[in-house]
Every structure is written in structure tokens, then in C-alpha cells.
Design a protein around this ligand. Structure first.
Ligand code: IPM
Ligand code: MG
Length: 359
């Protein structure tokens, strides 16, 4: 049987993953969609218990599983720890060890949510952006990284390094996805200033001319892209970006969809995958049962599709989310005055009910 490791993590992580588990339990009671799962500690929760954000036992379980479902990591409690002891470094280690080099972040605007975005509905119309972010290289992992005193002054460094193989493999993922969508890739860089970003642009162009000439390729500098994404969002299809630029642009894309609470992600490599909402642990609202579980639930839907080949289950979950939103139900982050605001649990239950109706 397929194996899933669930790491709820910190802040709102446990609240939103709980909603996913209800859905998994439902599908586990149906023939043909059973998966075996177990939960473990990760991030700050693991620091409190094991002294490390990701211990070897949990890492080995992750390496042994077919997929990992994450909640979120981090919080003020652990902010002042040394860098390698922070919850976030556990997440980076997990991504690196599982070699999930392509992070897929689909930013589809649900019709019934077009009024939740800060952009005008007519600008947003038909927006459906899919961000492909490089996840195991770049400035997040560049060496030598340090923070120290030199001649009495504090100096810190994080080099931005890519080799061509790292760019080729993630570019291929982006072009392959574009082929199943609207056949366009916009690659982000800063080739006007940085050698490494000139390499990025050159390699993406080479991959394109070798195997993907049927796809339209656009190169944009990151600063210009940040503007174009809010000016003409519906003209984008797949956005390909390095680790840091992808981190930044995907939060911007999330806001187009109405809320960061809506954006799911899948991190994929040769054979392992991690599924996690794009939002963080949101310590300001943690423990209050008001978080939006939709990003986590849509991440679960991606898991059924990409790791377990259960496209039907994945589609049912997505449809159930759309139906729930269509019926006017909202969590606080995407709601307005005249709508019914549900808490995290209630939103999870409503989506589950809609799943049962479709099933
Ligand atoms: C994300 C997050 C992470 C990142 C943090 C929590 C390490 O912002 O997944 O976008 O920067 O990759
Ligand atoms: Mg981020």
C-alpha cells in the first residue's frame, strides 16, 4: 500500500492538516483509494521535543514514504535560535534530502472568489497562473554561508549559485506543464545585473530551442515581472523562477487568488514529493480555529493526483472546494460582510460534505 507521512508542524499547521486527515479517512474507507499514513513531529514542535527541527527518525520515515504532507513551520518562539536550529532549516533539509527540485504552485482564481482579491474583477478575469519554482538550489543553499564579525564589523553572506543541470531539470518541468495548459512559459531572472541569472536565461532558452519550440517563451526581469503580474495577470500561464524569486512571486500570485490561504503546492523530484500549503504557520491566528484550510486541502488534492495517480479523487476534492465557495461559505480571510464565515473545522466539514455529495 502507498505510504504517506503527515507532518503538521507549527502554528496553524496542525489545524489545517486535521481537515486533510478527515478527507483522507473518508477516501480510506472507499475501495481503490486507500493509503497508509502516520503523523510525526516537525519544525518547532520537533525542536521542543527532540531539540532539532527534523530528526533522523522522521527524515528516514520521509525518505521511506511515497509522499509527505506538510502543514507549516516556524513561529516567534523559535525565531532567535541559531540558523541551523530554526524550524525553517528543517524544511530546507527535507526538500534537499528528498531532492524535490521543482515546486509547483498553481494560482487559479476561483470564480466565486474574484471579489476577494485586491485587484479589480475585470483585471483578474480568466487568471490561471502556475508557478514552477526551483527548490533545492540557488541562494537558499549557496556556500559559503555565514554570519560573522570581520574587523569588528558584522558581515553575512549567502551566495547565489546555479549550475546548468539544476536549471535544465526545472525548466523541463515548467515546459512540460505548459504543454498541458496554455503553452506559454514566462521565465524570471535578473540577467541585466547577475551572471548567474544570465546563465539562467541562456539555459532556459537552450532547453526551449532543443525540445520545446511549440511553447511560447517569454523572459522577464523579476522587477518588471512583479509589476506585470498585477497589471496583466491573465496573460500569464506558467511562470518559471529560481528559488528566491519563485518564493516572492508566488506570494504575489497567492494574493491574486484572494488569499494566501488558498494556494497549494507540490514539490516534486525524481520520485519523492512533498505537499504543503504556500502559507506559513500564521502564529497570529494559530490555535483559534479560524485559519483557512483550503490551501492544505488543495495540496492534498495535488497529492492524490501526482503521487497516487488518483485523478478522480483529486478532481472530486477540487470540485468540492469550488462548490463550497460557490454556495457562499467562506473563512475569515476570504469573506466579506454578507457571507457566512466558517471556522477552520466547519470549512473542513463543509468541504467533506460536498465531497460525499459528489462521490
Ligand atoms: C515557502 C516558505 C518557505 C520558503 C519558508 C517557510 C522556509 O516561505 O515555502 O514559500 O522560503 O521556501
Ligand atoms: Mg514563501
Amino acid at each position: 500500500m502507498k505510504k504517506l507521512l503527515i507532518l503538521p508542524g507549527d502554528g496553524i499547521g496542525p489545524e489545517v492538516t486535521k481537515q486533510c486527515i478527515k478527507i483522507i479517512d473518508f477516501f480510506n474507507n472507499q475501495p481503490d483509494s486507500k493509503i497508509e499514513y502516520e503523523e510525526d513531529l516537525f519544525g518547532g514542535a520537533s525542536i521542543d521535543h527532540n531539540g532539532k527541527p527534523l530528526n533522523d527518525i522522521v527524515l528516514n520515515k520521509a525518505l521511506d514514504a511515497d509522499a509527505v504532507l506538510l502543514g507549516a513551520v516556524g513561529g516567534p518562539k523559535w525565531e532567535n535560535l541559531d540558523h541551523e536550529l530554526k524550524p525553517e532549516s528543517g524544511l530546507l533539509k527535507l526538500r534537499k534530502k528528498l531532492q524535490t527540485y521543482a515546486n509547483l504552485r498553481p494560482g487559479k482564481v476561483f470564480k466565486s472568489l474574484s471579489d476577494a482579491s485586491s485587484l479589480k474583477p475585470e483585471v483578474l478575469k480568466d487568471t490561471d497562473i502556475f508557478v514552477v519554482r526551483e527548490l533545492t538550489g540557488g541562494i537558499y543553499f549557496g556556500e559559503p554561508r555565514f554570519s560573522k564579525k570581520v574587523d569588528g564589523k558584522r558581515v553575512a553572506s549567502n551566495p547565489l549559485v546555479y549550475n546548468e543541470e539544476e536549471i535544465v531539470r526545472v525548466a523541463k518541468v515548467a515546459f512540460d506543464i505548459a504543454r498541458k495548459r496554455k503553452n506559454k512559459v514566462t521565465s524570471l531572472d535578473k540577467a541585466n545585473v547577475l551572471e548567474v541569472m544570465q546563465l539562467w536565461r541562456d539555459v532556459v532558452s537552450e532547453v526551449h530551442s532543443k525540445n520545446y519550440q511549440d511553447i511560447e517563451l517569454e523572459h522577464l526581469y523579476i522587477d518588471n515581472a512583479a509589476m506585470q503580474v498585477i497589471k496583466r495577470p491573465s496573460s500569464f500561464d506558467v511562470i518559471l523562477a529560481s528559488n528566491l524569486f519563485g518564493d516572492i512571486i508566488s506570494d504575489e500570485v497567492a494574493e491574486l487568488t484572494g488569499s494566501l490561504g488558498m494556494l497549494p503546492s507540490a514539490s516534486v523530484g525524481e520520485n519523492k514529493a512533498i505537499y504543503e500549503p504556500v502559507h506559513g504557520s500564521a502564529p497570529d491566528i494559530a490555535g483559534q480555529n479560524i485559519a483557512n484550510p483550503i490551501a492544505a486541502i488543495l495540496s492534498l488534492s495535488m497529492m492524490y493526483k501526482y503521487s497516487f495517480n488518483l485523478d478522480n479523487v483529486s478532481n472530486i476534492i477540487e470540485q468540492a472546494v469550488a462548490n463550497t465557495l460557490d454556495s457562499g461559505l467562506r473563512t475569515k480571510d476570504i469573506g466579506s460582510n454578507n457571507q457566512k464565515i466558517l471556522n477552520c473545522n466547519e470549512m473542513g466539514d463543509s468541504i467533506l460534505n460536498n465531497i460525499k455529495k459528489i462521490f
